[in-house]
Every structure is written in C-alpha cells, then in structure tokens.
Design a protein around this ligand. Structure first.
Ligand code: SF4
Ligand code: SF4
Length: 297
C-alpha cells in the first residue's frame, strides 16, 4: 500500500452483473459518510452515479491517450516496435509499417525503442473526466468513455490517478462505483482499493454472477464483504455461500417497491426513511472502522 495515503480508505462497490444496486449503495454510502469523501464513478462505459448525487461540475477535460505516429521517411522497417507491441497495434506488413490506433494501449514502448526516432506521439481521445462536488460535502469524480472507444482501462487509469491526487490533498476517503462484471474494467476499478464490497441480489442469476465476481476478485487477496440488495427475493444460495467462504454480509436492503420507485427517479435510497439512513450509516461506520493496518500486516 502507498504509505502517502495510509489515512485514506478506498472502498470499491462492485457486482458480478449490472442492475444489482451497486450505484444505489455507492450513492447512499457517500451521502451518510461522516468523514470527507470522494465519490468516484469508474463505470466509465455507463456512468450514472451523477444521476443520484447531482454534482455541480466545476471542471471537465478531454482525456487523450498517446499513440504512435510513423515518419515513413525515417522508418527502416526493422520490426523492433512490432515485435515489442503485445497488442498488435503496430505492425510491419510487407514494405509498410501500419499502426492500429484503436488497439494501442499507450504504453509508449514503441516510441522509446525505435532506434531511428521514426515514431512521434499522436493522440486518441478516450473520453471526458469530470470533477465537482455534491451536497456541499461530497467531492465527485467521473470518467465518461467516448462513444466508439473500445477500451475503458486507459481512461479508468487516468481517473484513478486523479483520484489519488485528490485523496492526497483532501485527506478524504474514496467510494468507487466500479463497473459490473468480472472483465478487465472491473478488475482495473477495484485493484487499488482497500476493501471490496460485492453487491448482489439473492436470486439464482444474482448468485451465479456474484460467485464469479468473488472468484475473480479473491485472487487479489483484498478483504471482501457483501451487501445483499432486494433481500427477500430468491433463495438461500448467496447466504450459504457467504457462510461457507466466511464472507461477512454487512447489510441487507429489503425488496421493496418504494425503493425501486425511488431508484427509478434518481433518489438516494439512504434518504428515503430513517430506517434506511440508519442501515447505511451503520454500514459506513463498519467500513470506516475497518482496520487496514491489521489486514495488511
Ligand atoms: S522500430 Fe522504428 S524503424 Fe523499426 S520498424 Fe518501428 S518505427 Fe520503423
Ligand atoms: S504505444 Fe504501446 S501499445 Fe501502443 S503501439 Fe506502441 S507499443 Fe503498442
């Protein structure tokens, strides 16, 4: 763990599939968090945390990835760049060096290795980073992937870098709304967090994807806990699995028509009733009291 940010807690709210209530939990936690908090939407393909937190956006910038541009007059077709690129984004084909900009991950390796200085940095637009604040107490950060952009991790990496800068300055904790699923973007979102909260519903489909998420994230060795949404639906599979794997269930949000309606209107669930506010405050307290030093000892 980075010693510079030992006092900041980073909690990722993740789920094996979309529609489990991950954003509901993220927004509610941000609203009841007692310390300074930064709410981060890393679900850059479909960000929607802002719909609940209604932040005032004070800063927006386009984010670009550095991609290689070839100067054919200098290129000797030595293939050093194409042999190096593990993403097949630059290739010698016959007597031509081709670049496939959309496949480039912007690692800069080809630019560094070219002995002829035949490559120079170009740009591909990844999306937009937005920064602001909500309710006068929640700092807010969001990445939005450009329509047509295939790769979200490069934008997510830049949003996470900004998150770390803000955490360093504000001494805040971070709540990350991670993308659903278990693919690269989901792993990229949770990999810097101290704790992963898996949100699931106790249905057979919910359990299937929840188990995949647990299997995928547990290889990172990070502490995980569970929030059950729509408790009362489905069966006992999720509960039995948590019991077997010693995964703590920190909160259960009941299956309730009013909650579903509030969600569809963009209302924060923790604000719906004193009971729900207590539930999320208890969850926040539990997370804030988490002893990271012990977990990483
Ligand atoms: S490393 Fe440089 S000289 Fe060699 S093929 Fe790539 S661009 Fe051309
Ligand atoms: S910057 Fe990296 S990913 Fe992009 S073409 Fe060069 S070596 Fe490949």
């Amino acid at each position: 763990m980075d010693p510079k940010r030992k006092s900041n807690l980073i909690v990722s709210i993740a789920s094996g599939k979309g529609g489990t209530g991950k954003t509901t939990v993220s927004a509610s936690l941000a609203c009841v968090w007692k310390k300074p908090v930064l709410a981060v939407d890393l679900d850059v393909e479909e960000p929607n945390l802002h719909l609940f937190l209604n932040p005032e956006i004070s800063h927006q910038e386009k984010i670009y990835l550095e991609t290689p541009v070839v100067d054919e007059s200098k290129c000797t077709l030595c293939r050093m760049c194409s042999d190096l690129c593990q993403f097949q984004a630059i290739k010698v084909m016959g007597e031509t060096l081709l670049t496939f900009t959309e496949m480039c991950h912007g690692c800069g390796g080809c630019l560094a290795i070219c002995p002829e200085k035949a490559l120079s940095p170009g740009q591909r637009e990844l999306g937009i980073l937005s920064q602001g604040s909500s309710l006068g107490k929640i700092s807010f950060l969001m990445g939005s992937l450009r329509v047509g952009e295939a790769m979200s991790p490069p934008l997510m990496t830049i949003v996470k870098k900004r998150m770390m800068e803000i955490l360093g300055k504000e001494r805040a904790d971070a709540i990350i709304d991670a993308p659903p699923g278990v693919s690269c973007p989901a792993v990229c979102a949770v990999m810097d967090s101290d704790l992963i909260i898996l949100v699931t519903e106790p249905t057979p489909f919910g359990f299937h994807d929840f188990r995949l998420a647990w299997e995928s994230f547990s290889s990172m060795g990070k502490p995980m806990a569970v929030v059950i949404n729509r408790a009362g639906l489905g069966d006992s599979s999720v509960y039995r699995f948590c019991d077997e794997k010693k995964l703590p269930i920190l909160a259960s949000i009941p299956y309730d028509r009013n909650i579903a309606q509030a969600y569809s209107k963009g209302q924060v669930v923790a604000r719906l009733s004193p009971e729900l506010e207590h539930k999320f405050s208890d969850l926040a307290r539990e997370l804030q009291g988490y002893d990271r030093e012990a977990a990483y000892a």
